[in-house]
Design a protein around this ligand. Structure first.
Ligand SMILES: NC(=O)C1=CN([C@@H]2O[C@H](COP(=O)(O)OP(=O)(O)OC[C@H]3O[C@@H](n4cnc5c(N)ncnc54)[C@H](OP(=O)(O)O)[C@@H]3O)[C@@H](O)[C@H]2O)C=CC1
Ligand SMILES: O=C(O)[C@@H]1CCC=N1
Length: 267
């Protein structure tokens, strides 16, 4: 069995570690690195996965997964380059950072795969988009699709889509939680107890997502089926249209796409 190193065990690194263990990986197939000793101890205690400094963790691995903030990539990359085993695969989950930039900081010919995951991977319902760098083979890509597929769905996309993907599915859960929070607050404002409003909204979002996935029907059609003539939904939707909520979503995601590209130029 090969060894996979997770470099950076914050929100997304821990999500990946936990998901791989849930899906049948053994703790001895994994190593992890983080800059803070307290965090390393926490990870060892929680998952039984060995933790090391970046260099030693890299030296043990056939696959090195970079999960630090984009701004920290410049600091971490030389440590990985120095310790990387010949032929080892480097996978980056870092927003905005291009495979070209990573390849430039790694030994010549290093296979690199870029991934944009999301946090629903914590419940094995993640959505990851995967793109090959210049030296990654089809089997490297397959391997990464397999790793990310263990914690949800994984889709191969051309790398030029990755900033847009980051804006949509990478950041996407946050927009959904924002809408959920707004609806719960609205329920409270309408006089519902907060736990009642939370239960109503959470199950409504879950059920709506399931309906979309299982029927494969267009969201517009599903929305029309809820909207009775001169009814309650039409009254609500009119307010959302008057406030240009769709345009606001578009502008928000353009900002996220631009920020992803900008992050890739930092670090
Ligand atoms: N959170 C999300 O929903 C998603 C995140 N991503 C990407 O994943 C990456 C990580 O994000 P996230 O997990 O949210 O961030 P976190 O800050 O939670 O995690 C990053 C971890 O890396 C550690 N770290 C920083 N510098 C080093 C270093 N030099 N050596 C070793 N470890 C280091 C951090 O330590 P410290 O806490 O001390 O800084 C922290 O534990 C980012 O590039 C982000 O773009 C992608 C998709 C979704
Ligand atoms: O907000 C961020 O920058 C990261 C990337 C996608 C989700 N979280």
């Amino acid at each position: 069995m090969s060894t996979l190193a997770v470099i950076g065990t914050g929100v997304m690194g821990e999500t990946l570690l936990a998901g791989l263990l849930r899906s049948g990986w053994h703790p001895t197939d994994l190593v992890a690195a983080d800059r803070r000793e307290a965090r390393r101890q926490e990870i060892e205690g929680r998952y039984g996965v060995r933790t090391l400094d970046n260099g030693p963790a890299t030296a043990l691995a056939d696959t090195v997964v970079l999960v630090v903030k984009p701004q920290d990539v410049g600091e971490v990359l030389p440590e990985i380059a120095e310790s990387l085993r010949p032929g080892a695969l480097v996978v980056s989950l870092c927003a905005g950072v291009t495979t070209e930039k990573l390849e430039a900081g790694l030994p010549d010919g290093t296979p690199v795969v870029r991934v944009m995951p999301n946090t629903p991977a914590q419940v094995s319902e993640g959505m990851a988009a995967v793109s090959a760098g210049a030296h990654a083979s089809a089997s490297d890509l397959d391997q990464v699709v397999g790793v990310m597929g263990a914690v949800g769905r994984a889709l191969v996309v051309p790398e030029r889509y990755q900033d847009a993907v980051t804006a949509i599915s990478g950041s996407g859960p946050a927009y959904m939680f924002f809408v959920v929070e707004a609806m719960i607050d609205a329920g409270v404002q309408l006089g519902l107890p907060r736990d009642t409003a939370t239960a109503l909204v959470t199950q409504t979002v879950f059920g709506s997502a399931k309906l979309l996935v299982e029927t494969g029907e267009h969201p517009n059609l599903l929305r029309e089926r809820v909207t009775s003539p001169a009814g309650t939904t039409a009254a609500a939707l009119r307010h959302l249209e008057e406030r240009s909520v769709k345009a606001a979503f578009m502008a928000a995601m353009e900002a996220a796409r631009d920020r992803s590209a900008e992050l890739g130029r930092q670090g």
